[in-house]
Design a protein around this ligand. Sequence first.
Ligand code: URA
Length: 198
Amino acid sequence: AAMAKQNPKTLADLNRIIAAAPSLVPGATRAVLGEGPIGAAIMLVGEQPGDAEDNAGRPFVGPAGQMLDRALAEAGIDRTTTYLTNAVKHFKYQQRGKRRLHASPTTSEVKHYRWWLMQELGFVQPKLVVALGATALLALTGQPLPLLRNRGPISFDGQAGFVTTHPAYLLRLPDPATQQTAYTAFVADLQHARSLAS
Ligand code: URA
């Protein structure tokens, strides 16, 4: 895309370019930019902003973000010291009455945003980048790979990485016992990631 030809010199430059770029999907209020310190030990990559994030202009502030906050705290990771971002920077949804229901980005949409994510990763330079779910895994590798078979430590082209589930996936599990088991495994993954980043 034309945007990709711009050459940001800093993370702030990159964020200006992202914020000024049109959304690939219509309807998003704004680009939701990454948040957190440059040089953070851990960079967490989600899928895309949801309804709450689109309204607030900040990543991971809705229901999935609250679950992530709880899991990070239980894993001994201070959210404010991590860098949080999304593979796709705009909210894609289907209108259902007054509600805006999450719609998954396509592979080509994820690839469109991938150049920005790679730039972002280059500026943040975390010790470890954590893919939360299959979309982040696709964005970080450029390949549609099965999530569960890649769960755990991974190298993204020389960058130390880690693959785990997305917190929204936990929220969608129908049965509380299954959800608890999956949540416990998610916290264990974050603890493992923390040990790799320290
Ligand atoms: N889900 C994501 O992947 N990212 C957010 O910012 C919120 C929900």
